[in-house]
Design a protein around this ligand. Sequence first.
Ligand code: H79
Length: 402
Amino acid sequence: MSKDDPFTAPRTRWFRDAKYGMFIHWGLYAVPAGEWNGKKVPGIGEWIMHNAKIPVPEYEKLAPQFNPTKFDARHWARVAKSAGMRYLVITSKHHDGFSLFDTAVNDYNIVDATPFRRDPMRELAAACRGEGIKFGFYYSIMDWHHPQASDRHAPRYIAQMKEQLRELVLRYDPALLWFDGEWVSWWDQEKGRDLEAYLRRLKPNLVINNRIGKRKTDDGDYETPEQEIPKAAMGTRLWETCMTLNDTWGFKRDDHNWKSPQEVVHKLCDIASKGGNFLLNVGPTAEGVIPEPSVRILADAGRWLRENGEAIYGTTFSDLPQPPWGRITRKGSRLYLIVFDWPTSGQPLRLAVQNPVRRAALLKGGAGIQAVPDGNGSLALSLPAAPPSPYASVVVLEVNKG
Ligand code: H79
């Protein structure tokens, strides 16, 4: 396929620079919230239909119970914004087949089948525009509700899927499409390529993940490691780690296993130091509320980004080895040394860098740092006794390239 190189194409520039986004899993599964017939169902919340073997007509009864009267699109967009997130991706339709947007393709959607009757995707797209956040849709190819999402009837289902995607692209103008559920037997790389070409004809500058095909290196624009951070950068292939903030994507009442703000910051730094993006998930309740612990943790990490974001946004991987004390990102001739483990008082921070250093300074406050060769091929940096930021502190090095 004649496609531009996503690694350098102008249309992916915003995505490469953004580094940090909010994933939102929201759907009918937020009603049972991890319990069915009074019993806890093990596993991720949005898989409850599959895991509890709920028949389609039973699961459908969740729709009249879904009335998210506390949904506030502007608030959600502001939670993402103050977390330092630059884009947002939300489930337009997950594996359960229920559409969170106004679709003419079937009635199994939030406007026709719930008492809510509003289209939250329209509200959220507008709110994100208002906050200057890029907006994208998750869309599941696998569909447990559709009778024709099967080997035998795939062509008819795929036609409807394309129609829904046309609605999503033309009505909501998303910057990004995030496919999932591509592992079903009736989906193959060729269908993925056909769909990708179809979507790019509708909107040429769409950013699309690799699950539109079969996760091959030329499917879509970028790789999608899930719940894991790759060991190293991926050369000239874009990538984005998606991850849960607790242990589920869709809301589960009993999941309180939250990552700490420090873990969030460290994961973001680790990812940025390898040239990736971080898509971090929240699972709002059936009332439309982002769980309070999520909001608090994201806001806390967001405060770190307000002071230290220069070391993350618009950066990429350096070619230095990963140091024992933290991570390194690069923007042009600037290296950002992100120090997780601040040296004990009087001990220098050592960095295996060959290039002459023109200037070293703390990112926060800008105070100059003494940097001298240590005689063993490393640079020794004299840091103040206390780290300037919680979680991680940044030293900026101006280096002569080459
Ligand atoms: O949307 C979220 C999850 O619901 C979905 N992707 C994220 C972003 C997801 N996470 N995990 N899974 C789906 C489970 C996938 C399991 C699989 Fe399989 C293993 C897919 C293919 C092999 C289980 C076994 C399902 C099919 C065969």
